[in-house]
Design a protein around this ligand. Sequence first.
Ligand SMILES: [Zn+2]
Length: 215
Amino acid sequence: MRTQAISAELLSLVNVNSDIIGYKLSGEDNDSYMFRSPPEGSACEECGCLFDFDAVNPQFRVNKQIFDFSYTYDGRCIVSDKFKIFCERSEYDSLCFYELPSEPHFYAFSVTRVVAFDAEKRKTRFDGYCNVCNRYYSVAGAEPVFLMDDPKFLEKAFYATDILFGSGNEKHPLLIVGPSTCHSMIGEGFRGIYYRPIFRNGLGAKGQAILGTKD
Ligand SMILES: [Zn+2]
């Protein structure tokens, strides 16, 4: 019942508010690490950051298995079989589901359709530039979300920002969906996922409650 009530509230928000161009996805913590420390040769010797933030640890286990959409402490998005089946049935493209050898019912999830984030407008802070791998160690200031080109609304699709946020090996892009995709996802009642509205020009986003289905 609680899930249904929240879904109705969310659906009305999706349908009514024309200033909402999309939704940022966030997930519960699954109490796990993809890598406690990067394997030999997989990270920059100077700053310690992984060369490939999509790398999979074959021993990785999901400590909290109740969520369909969740994040590790080191910033990796993990999704369930149910989530993958929904995406395939809906024929979403530009998605990567990395198999986890020690967790056959879960996948490391990433999105290859990129949307440009307006770091200047958001005043995002880039710190700790590494002269060896030419990346910043820390990128802070993701929300409220400001997108370049200020689209009227995002299409029925998943998007990843061109900027990775966070510190060290926690860095990951924001994952975003268009309103109709959010609408479909809410109908699935996924566990662990939150949808935060993204408003045109970033306006009105401050203080906006995160709504979703927790359990
Ligand atoms: Zn480096």
